[in-house]
Ligand binder design. Sequence first.
Ligand code: G6P
Ligand code: ZN
Length: 542
Amino acid sequence: MIETCRTQPFSGQRPGTSGLRKPVKTFMQPHYLENFVQSVFDCVEDLAGATLVLGGDGRYHNREAIQTILRMAAGNRVSRVLLGRGGLLSTPAVSSIIRHRGATGGLILSASHNPGGPNGDFGIKYNSGNGGPATETLTEAIYTRSQEIDRYYIATTNHVDIDVLGDTHLEAMKITVLDPVADYSELMESLFDFERIRELFRSGFRMRFDAMHAVTGPYAHAILEDVLGAPEGTVIHGTPLADFGGGHPDPNLTHAAELVRQLNRPEGPDFGAASDGDGDRNMIIGHGCFVTPSDSLAIMAANATRIPAYREGLLGVARSMPTSRAVDRVAARLNIPCYETPTGWKFFGNLLDAGRITLCGEESFGTGSNHVREKDGLWAVLFWLNLLAVRGQSVAEIVAEHWQAYGRDVYTRHDYEDVDADAASRLMQDLRENLPGLVGQTVGGSHVTAADDFAYDDPIDGSRSEGQGLRLMLGDEARIVYRLSGTGTQGATLRVYIERLETRRSHLQADAQTQLADLIRFAGEVAGIAERTGRQSPDVIT
Ligand code: G6P
Ligand code: ZN
């Protein structure tokens, strides 16, 4: 039976950079999830009769939410749901299943890299028929709907078994429980030279992949160990846990510290990588050598033709504004376009759909290509493995040669987390007003040559996105960027991105914090970070 439930709007259901993300306790309030899901369903065209993909990263409340959404999908006359077994699907796997099976869209349950468990976060995002995150227009429409909603539709049927592969029914709706890994693994095999990678592992190459007790565990076990023959033990923290083992499933130098320690040991493995809660982020690390996401994107672009899927070359590349300009230098040499978009994967969607770009990436540990419409953690790891196999060099050698050829965009990001929200927005507001006065000021010998508030005009649909981060451009191809995070759930997070081009060979390997010290000091002073946030130093440095 299908029931119409009366409800009232909850304030604050506006999706952020990547879906609606809130403490799990907020999501567990009666009607909270239902209201949002119905708002999505009310805004998706041709929902009745549609096929939807559904899965999540396995965090606390995932299984319960899946049951609710299945009943609501039936209540809204969806004809079929493709569900990952156990309610598990990584974000890139959802994207690939939507595309390859011609679904109308999909719902992903994840708060990405935010901690899970009863006191952690939960999240939900809708991806459209191209496999990519909902556009700004759709997201706004969903939010508007959530503020006026007064009913939702739900089947009263009991529990669905989500752990057995195959078809079942819920009212008139068909539910197909899929192996979460199979489609994705096949897609990867079509892009990369798996035989070369097998040879690499056979030759004694040692790798550690840290799945951080999140969704990539099953994918990494299957692809790296079972299909590619990496020795057992290559994948660590490979069992998805509802609270991610108490950890923070964010692959960076702070949260993947154990992996970093292993790679830094003299007898440590040759290659390390990690992914986040929902499997779309990646961290790449060599033996004693961390590759910044900005450099990783540039190196991938420069070497793309060595990988089967990209043998014909790249149509173009794109990066989010705060990502370093390393990839711009590669694009210039390859004579292909390079687009600069606001932070958020959704901004790459139009460029990918229109065939303007093949590769794209963000400083926030995201890299991807036109194979899906999300960033893809394991894809990036396989790209690197394929590259290491073909070049027969270490990660450190590949990075060093890249810097010698293009120069090094020395880069760092400083995060101030859980800052008082009003203080953070005042800081940004005052800085925005002061921008014109900063032009001409000098830092360690170089001048501020321009300062602006980044806005993006989408070349495909003509939409304009304003207020996307404050930029100071300096001589020596240096740059300072300030923006407030769009993904935090507590207070505000201020991010400061600092970079400078280094071309002197003798300085290429120097420590980034030391090389950028003048700029870091200047960045703090002009924004008054210490006085306004009460913080003497950042919480996370990457
Ligand atoms: C998510 C999005 C990314 C984006 C990142 C930015 O991971 O999927 O596309 O780069 O958030 O997060 P921030 O906290 O800096 O807004
Ligand atoms: Zn993620």
